[in-house]
Design a protein around this ligand. Sequence first.
Ligand code: UDP
Ligand code: MN
Length: 429
Amino acid sequence: MLCEPKHWSFCKLDFVSKNYAFQCRSIVEQSIQFHHTGSEIVTLVEDRKLCKIQQENITSNGIIPPALQDTLGFPTLQSDINGKTLQENWKKMQIPRTYISGTLAVSILFIVGFCLQKANLIFPCKQEQIINYSEKTAAQEIELAHYERLRLVKSRNLRQMALFVLTPWLAPIVWNGTFDLSVLDKQHNNTRIGLFVFAVKKYIRFLQLFLETAERYFMVGHKVTYYVFTDKVDEVVKPKMADGRILQIHNVVADKRWQDVSMRRMEVLTVYTKKHMPNEIDYLVCADVDMVFTDHVGVEILGDLVAAIHPGFFLSDRESFTYEDRPISAAYIPQGEGDFYYAGALYGGKLDEIYKLSTTCQNGIIEDKKKNIEALWQEESHLNRYLVYNKPTKLLSPEYIWDTNLPYEEFIKKKRFVIVNKNKRKITR
Ligand code: UDP
Ligand code: MN
């Protein structure tokens, strides 16, 4: 509220008497504030000077006595109050009002602009223009997959650790929708990847499908070298291979027991990761041969030390894990230790990491042999022990190694690498 020019002085007093505090400018442009501090006393503040004016100092018609006006810098002459000077002063008094309305208008414009931009109606965001349709779709899929997993996690009373996307030591667990392949593919533009596999004795029958499906789904568009170890070199059927992909076939001794064939892989790894592979590849993936690729398996699985969560134990309690529990074995894992049960049928990493892993496991196998014992699940037991004390930097969800005979299939939206049904007794005899 502002005073009319002609009632300027009166109006001030009127406000004061109605308990209003207000601010206006005197003719000498000094800022004066009136505060009513009670019915009797009026406090007036001017340039940090504090004056107390008794109510009786104000005349009955509401005009401040000239003596007091002098003190305050108010007009002392009635002509000043009614005349031209006052009109000019009134104009000066308008300045704060204009200023306030201006500020208000700018603020409203700013808020309206902000809301319109939020609704993307004006100034469409540059980033939006860059993001193309497929990237948007990928982002949505990632979000959906994440929420779906969370929903499943909450719906069951099972150990949920494997369903999350991070381990307690902050290694990612690769689930469908946790990665953007377009980004990773660019990052691994020049990466050379090896796929190590044994196909000894009757297991040669699995090799053809293994290699053919690998050509369809494994590291498509990247440089891949297959390292096939077999006792039946002549029986290897070379698949039709894409550019940049190489097949190496190596002869290996055929151990009598299937357990020894399986464990022999560690010994071969200690040699090849040290001597032959370093000039040829950057990462190595080690796999069982009794498997088929049924969906994409790409560079998202690469990491320093990568292990796959065993599909038979991904929702099991630690107590159910089939770790080696005899302290006499080099693969022994004490009660209460260990995080996941990892599969011996798929693991990988950088060459130096696989060298360390295979050397440790192979030494354990030799130690056990000297004691005439064998770990419960051969090299898988040694691998699990190694991974308890050397935490993998990346984990693969059971999407990357699945068995269609297993329960809880609803958790596995993509089955990428699937175990082939076999009659073990028949093929290992
Ligand atoms: N293996 C082989 N010939 C054999 C036994 C084993 O080539 O006679 C290799 C093959 O790569 C196989 C892996 O060792 O996939 C592990 O053996 P298996 O698949 O029988 O073990 P499981 O997956 O049943 O534990
Ligand atoms: Mn197998």
